[in-house]
Every structure is written in structure tokens, then in C-alpha cells.
Design a protein around this ligand. Sequence first.
Ligand code: SAM
Length: 468
Amino acid sequence: MLIKYINLSQQLPASLLTSLQTVKGFDEKTFTAVHASGAQVTSVRINPGKKNELSGTQLAESLEPVPWSSDGYYLPERPSFTADPLFHAGAYYVQEASSMFLEEALKQSCDLSGALRVLDLCAAPGGKSTLIQSVLSEDSLLVSNEVIKTRVGILSENITKWGAVNVVVTNNDPRDFQKLPGYFDVIVVDAPCSGSGLFRKDPAAISEWSAANVQLCTQRQERILADIFSSLKPGGILIYSTCSYSYEEDESICDFVVSSLSATSLRYQLKPEWNIVETTAARSGAFGYRFYPDRLKGEGFFIAGFRKQGDEEITQAYSFKNKNQLSRATKDELEAIKKVIADVSRFSFLKWQENILAFPASLQDDLFLLQANLYIKKAGVSVGTVIKAELIPDHELAMTGLLSADVPYYNADKETALQYLRRHDIKCDTAAKGWTLLRYNNIALGWIKVLSNRINNYYPKDWRILNK
Ligand code: SAM
């Protein structure tokens, strides 16, 4: 056993281990042992919007819950998620357990029953965004932003699969949000970091780690926070997290937030059995929460919450000027939509390029404001296009709970479901005609069109399963 420790401690960067000696909760022996063990922890978070349909599946069986999460569960082993149609249906998200603590941080920071405007600033691929969306009220707005263009596609895909209507996906630099001063009630910054917390899951990252990169990440983290802070309203909540163990990227950043951005630190209640380590930053005394894989079932993670000082509402004159403001769907288009969507009263139906999108009516002005100031990649749910009084439904609509019970569906077996997800031809023994939902375990995977002599598969080409 000892030999194993020695071997691994040679693999883990020596300068990282040295730098952590004085950090609270760090125990070099157990830390290196847990990395050496090769043990892997797999966890998923179930989509509360699709939970009712999961009875009878493996996910409904007695799995061990993630202690700080309402819908998080550990799996006994890592299955092939690609081969599980429920994964593609957005029935759950594969998420590392420690980061699910964001739910607890949000619950302890603000009243989630109200209508909140929340920004997830560094959002791709969407783990935190799908979590945030699940704990917000229906009247709340989530802006899910990713600055790197090539990562916005996967973010949009995961938000679509989650079936959420109250999310806007944007592709902006943090400083672009300065056009929206005091707008957000909550901002989550899950910052790009040096990534040491994921060494156990991804040992290849060990060789890429360097102290110089930690310094670069620290500078970038400060810049991101300084750029975004003005868009948080006075009294609003900032939640900062990383998957790094480095003090410079964690507690030092808390010092920066408190001293340079005029925010006060929030202290969270922890259950002792969670084994999460509470730390305090040296200069400001700000609280932070450390997750070590040798102390709990999860990867390395750090999170801290802050309240922006001041409690006055900013009455801000936001710029709505926008030549391309979205127009409303016509009466005839609405008639076609009503045949497919159960309750249209809660939504605004707006023209978006060739499509019509559904967006919560109570948030329509927010969408116009965001459209005037940011680059929007996706807003609400694309419903489809109306041609000759018939709605040609979009895939996004299939993923939501908005559909009327009259929409025909076919419950496929697993092999047919996988053939559908590969975008192959499928056979269904159904009397349905026309646009039909293909479901697996009562959860929609997408649309098929049943014609007299064949079935057309409308699963999105870019998302199809490529392996056999
Ligand atoms: N929150 C995501 C989740 O839970 O799935 C993971 C986010 S990852 C830790 C950090 C993200 O920040 C990446 O998607 C990365 O592209 C983005 N990022 C990189 N540089 C950035 C910058 N300068 N400003 C804002 N975000 C940045």
C-alpha cells in the first residue's frame, strides 16, 4: 500500500502537494491514496421535470442519494450512457456529486420560490445550468451563458434535452453584461480553473497542471468577477466555484471579492456527516467550502457565496432599442399551435427566424431586453413552423412537458429507441398517422412522421448516436 502512495505522489504535481500543506482539510496521505486507488465515483442528477415517468427504471431503484442534493444519486458502476435512451431524453444529467452542492448554496442564499433573474456565466456544457433551472420557480429566468463559441452548441443541446422553457442561452464575454447594470438577482460563476479537482476522473490532466497556469487562472478569475459584478443588483447573490484545490483560485479569490467588489461573505450550514470542510480566507475571513475526494464521495470542488452590499433597487433605464425585435405569432399560427400545446395561456409565441418560439409571457420583456443587448443562441423553446395551418413541430418542443395529451405517441422498446437515436429507419406497429412522438419509458425522444408506407425519423442529425 505504501508503495502505491509513493508511486502516486510522484505522479501528482509535487508543487501542488507542497502548496496544499497549509490548506485546511488537506491530508497528503489520504489524498494521494484516494488518487492511487483508481476508484471512480459516478453520479447522476435526475430531471425533476421528467421524474414521474422513471418508475420501473433502474434510476427509480434504491440508489444511494447524494447527501446534499434532492435529485442526485450515485450509481454502483459507470454504465454506457450512450446506450441508454433515457440519457438522450434528458431524464437525468451525469454530474459529479460535489458540484451538486450548488443546490444547497442557492437554497441557503435566497428565496427560490420568488421570481428571480439568474445568470450562469460560465455555463457549458450545462451541468450547473440544468441544476439551477430545476430549483428555480417557473416565473424565474435563467440566462445560461458561454463565452467560447464552440462550446455553446453542447450547452444548447443539454438545455433543450432538459426541456426548460424559461432559459435563454447566450454567447457573450462577461464584460458584455455591463450593459445590464443591477439586472440579476443571482450570478453563478463556475470559473475556468486549473482543474486539479478532477485529477482522479481525468489523470491525463495531471501532466497539464502547472503552478504558472494557476497564476494565469487566478488573474482570469479576478477579471471575470470584476467584469460581471456590476450586472448583479445591490443585495444580490454571487456564487463562485472552481474544481481546483489551489488556495490562489479559491480563498484568495474570496478575499478579492470581499475587498475589491464590496460584497459580504455568506456562511452555509453543513451537516457534519457531509464531511465538507469550511475554510476561511486569510485576509477577509470569507467562508469557503472545500470538497476532498478522500473525505466524501465526490471530486475536488470549492464553492463560496457572497451578498453584494446595498439593498436599494436600481431603477434602471435599460436600452430596449432593437430594430429586429421579435414579432408575435399570427392568430392563424396560434390556432395551429393550440392543437399541439396543452395550455398556451402562460406563453408568448414569438417569431424567431423561420420558427416560432414559446417563452413564458411574464418574462417577455426580459427577452426583448436581452435580445437588444446580448448575442442570443437560443431562447425558450422552439415550437416549429406553421405551414398551411399545420404546425411542423420542432425537436425542442418534443423535449418539453408542454404537449397536449392528444398528440399521438408510440412507446418504443429499447432497440427501436436506439435505432431512432442513431437516425436509422425504424418500424413501429402503430395506428397513429402524421406527427407522432417516439417515446421510451413514456419519455419523449423526438418526432417521427408516420406515413402510409413508411416512417420518417426526425431525430436531429447533429445529435445522433454515431457508434453501432
Ligand atoms: N458550469 C459548467 C458546468 O457545470 O457544466 C462548467 C464550466 S467550466 C468549469 C468553465 C467554463 O468557463 C468553460 O465552459 C469555459 O469555456 C468558460 N470560460 C473560459 N474562459 C472564460 C472567460 N474568460 N470568461 C468566461 N467564461 C470562460
